[in-house]
Design a protein around this ligand. Sequence first.
Ligand code: AMP
Length: 219
Amino acid sequence: MHLILLGAPGTGKGTQANILAERKGWLHVSTGDMLREAGAAGTVLGRTAKKYMDEGALVPDELVIRMLVERIGGPDAAAGFVLDGFPRNLAQAVALDEALAKASKAIDLALNITAPDDELVRRLGGRWLCRGCGAIYQEASSPPRVAGKCDRCGGELYQRDDDKPETVRARLERQKPPAALLAHYRDGGKLIDVNGLQPVEKVTEALLRAVHGTENGPK
Ligand code: AMP
């Protein structure tokens, strides 16, 4: 299964991609995580990408496409993958289709998690991550037991630069899935919308129903 999770920042794409990948034995590919890792490692790609990321802008297509195509060509992607944060626009979607076609593969399903803007701004502004294990906390709905400290590993919690309030609204506007991207998958009969305004487990259930429908349905 070759799956894409679409949705604006804050819809829970990353959380759900992690859960789906674990349950189904697929590779979870997050271009945001890959770019942040490259930034932390100080590679040329990482340093270039960081300038865009810190402003809440998208990293240029050619850089992200090259990185992604290389990643999904690896042996660990053979059992299937779930893409989180890619494609962000039609050009990336077309490049992905072309790369997959060369390997006689295709995207099977694009799941679009939806939520109203005001809810997303609230969620992103209250998001804290653990420096140690990457766990994600929400000030309103799932705060850590001790402020600033990870329940799981005791690590220090921090806010991503691009989750800070001054960046959040701009990022949201620039990074919602554009209509042309949604249309690309809708026209191909591959898009299913899922309501992201429900508890995490309910969203997971809805996503899994869609996945199983595609796995069992006509090819
Ligand atoms: P995310 O973790 O998906 O919210 O991504 C964090 C940041 O990484 C985004 O704000 C972009 O600057 C960059 N990024 C991640 N994926 C892409 C992509 N497919 N195309 C361009 N920029 C991306």
